[in-house]
Design a binder for this molecule. Structure first.
Ligand code: 5GP
Length: 124
């Protein structure tokens, strides 16, 4: 598989500190910040610090340490926001867009974490 990563994408620039962000959580391999255009009361983006284009790139090439760090970070964000059912929260949705049919806008892998209201069925 071949993946071409654009180092000028917005999230790469956020990781380099060239663009400000409202950080929610930073770990060894991941960064989470508020989406600039929130679609729900809670709308957080979680990204790996590594240069991965999308989910399939990340899943194929990230180390086990990066993969665990990323998913634990996602769970920690949901717990800290009080939305994880495991901490008595009302729930959340995670999703990731990939490629043109997925309508991915920023070509650096990211997980949307949405919560804070009933999100509705996943109708497209
Ligand atoms: P995608 O369509 O690629 O899955 O989602 C990209 C997300 O990044 C969108 O929800 C958009 O609002 C968000 N976004 C785009 N530019 C910026 C930015 O400069 N800062 C932040 N915090 N979010 C951004």
């Amino acid at each position: 598989m071949t993946y071409t990563y654009d180092p000028q994408n917005i999230f790469a620039r956020i990781l380099r500190g060239e663009i400000p962000n409202k950080t929610v959580l930073e770990t060894a391999h991941s960064l989470a910040f508020y989406d600039i255009s929130p679609q729900a009361p809670v709308h957080i983006l979680l990204i790996p610090k590594g240069a991965y284009v999308n989910f399939d790139h990340f899943a194929a090439e990230a180390s086990a340490e990066e993969l665990v760090d990323f998913h634990r970070a996602a769970a920690q964000i949901c717990a800290s926001a009080g939305v994880a059912p495991g901490v008595g929260g009302a729930g959340y949705r995670t999703l990731s867009n990939a490629g043109s049919h997925g309508m991915q806008e920023v070509p650096h892998y990211h997980l949307h974490i949405l919560a804070g209201r009933v999100l509705g069925p996943l109708v497209l």
